[in-house]
Structure formats: C-alpha cells, structure tokens
Design a protein around this ligand. Structure first.
Ligand SMILES: [Zn+2]
Length: 271
C-alpha cells in the first residue's frame, strides 16, 4: 500500500515537472537581461542610428534595454561572412525602432537572424530593389519559421544612407509585426487600433493607384500588395518622417498612431 502511494506521488511529481518544462519550452517569452549597456555600444548606436541619436536620455536608456533584450533572445549568425558588433546593433535597432512605442512588445516569430554577405537567391520570394531580382532580406515562411535573413550589405546601407527612405532590416521587422496576428495583410492588428484598419486600407489603395500612375515618390515595390506597402512606407516613416509628413500627411498621421510614436518632436532632432 505504502509503495503504491510512493509510486503514485513520484508519478505526479514527474508529470508536473514535464508539464512545466513543456510549457516553458513552448512559451517562447523573452527573458529579461540585467546588464549595463557598454559605452562602446552607445558610441556605435550614436554613430549609426540617427533614430537613437535623436532620443532623449531617458528614451535612450529604454532603447538600450530593448536592444539588450533582443540580442539576449535572438541569435544573430553570419553565413559566409563575419559579423561585427555594429551589424548586431543595427539588426537590433531595426527590430526595436518600429516597436519602440510598445516597450513590452516582443516578437513572437523570430528566434534567429541570418546575415548573408550580399544579396541571395531564393526561388520562392524576393524583395525587389529597383526591378533587380535579388533578395535583400526575407522573413521565414513555413520552410524557415522564426528565421529572418538579411543581406549584410543592405543592412549597412540602410543605416548609412538615411535619406533614401530605404532600410531593408526595418522593412523585414515590420513584416514580422504584420504577420504576428496570423495574417500578412498590411494591417498590423497587434499594434493598430481596430478603428484605423479601414481608413488605413483605403489610404493604401489610393496610394498604390498613385504609384501605378507614376505620381508617387513612394518606392514602387510598395505597390506589390498591402503587406509590402506597409513595409515600404514604414521604412519611409522611420527614415524620413519630415518628408513623409510634408508629402503624405494622412499616411503620416495614421502611422504615428499605429506605431504610437510622436515623430514630430523626434524628427526635428534627427540629423
Ligand atoms: Zn517585403
């Protein structure tokens, strides 16, 4: 009798332990890090990321915390190339910039970023660049769930040229935000208030028509579909908010609400 009770108790303990481990493994919640942000890393961000440079001191601390958490939870791997701290910090910055207005938001769909030296081929998908068939970045589909691929060249160029309204890495992370509700449809319901979804789609369609008629300064790749439009216009929003507000005030206003960021104050300080 006693032996039965002991065995029964042991079984319960083992099952509880396994259940707990299973839940932990499947939760995918990011773990927080309690580490200081090094001066060397601050210097790298100041030099490369004008979005960060324009933040207040308090905001900078929050940005650094989010960067550390990202790097602690997402692996960044160079494929046939070596990657520097600059590269890692640019990847993290690209991930954090679009969700900076939501300090506790975590990407549920990324565990690794692969960095390729230049563009790469893929038979299924490519991110067009002025009609060239080359991939600058892509997010994992069912073959590569949880993986983002970026071209090192495009990653660096995205931060070097801060006037061309292009930033491949931000583009890819915006796709991840868009798809985290299960639909890649250009309506990022995880961050966009429901009431803005219809006006947003309406604005997208109007602007896509203008792209077709050659009347828009927005990267024509955005006319591919609603999801690409969101990714492309977000690059524009975070890189040239001043110009976007001037040329597309309605898109600008809706993006400010969606990303929960006051870019008016911010961009005046951007270089
Ligand atoms: Zn895209």
């Amino acid at each position: 009798m006693l032996i039965n009770i002991i065995i029964f108790t042991l079984v319960i303990i083992v099952v509880a332990y396994l259940w707990n481990s299973y839940n932990k493994a499947n939760k995918k919640e990011w773990t927080a890090v309690d580490a200081a942000f090094s001066e060397a890393w601050k210097t790298i961000l100041l030099k490369n990321v004008s979005f960060y440079d324009a933040l207040t001191n308090e905001q900078k601390i929050n940005f650094e915390k989010q960067v550390l958490t990202f790097l602690h939870n997402v692996k960044i791997t160079g494929v046939k190339t070596s990657i520097s701290d600059e590269d890692k910090l640019m990847v993290a910055a690209s991930a954090i910039i679009p969700i900076f207005g939501f300090p506790n938001w975590q990407y549920p769909n990324v565990r690794e970023v692969l960095i390729y030296p230049n563009s790469f081929d893929d038979e299924f998908q490519f991110e067009g660049n002025e009609g060239e068939k080359q991939i600058l970045g892509m997010v994992g589909n069912k073959h590569m769930d949880g993986v983002v691929i970026l071209s090192q060249k495009a990653l660096r160029l995205g931060f070097q040229n801060e006037t061309d309204k292009k930033n491949t890495a931000i583009h890819e992370f915006v796709h991840l935000i868009d798809m985290s509700d299960g639909n890649v449809d250009g309506i990022p319901t995880v961050i966009m208030d429901k009431q803005y979804a219809m006006p947003w789609v309406d604005l997208i369609h109007k602007e896509i028509n203008r792209i077709y008629e050659n009347e828009s300064d927005i990267n024509p790749y955005g006319a591919t579909n609603n999801a690409e439009f969101l990714a492309v216009i977000s690059e524009y929003f975070f890189e040239r908010p001043d110009l976007l507000e001037k040329k597309h005030p309605k898109l600008y206003a809706l993006l400010e609400k969606t990303f929960n960021q006051d870019m008016d104050e911010h961009y005046k300080k951007m270089k």
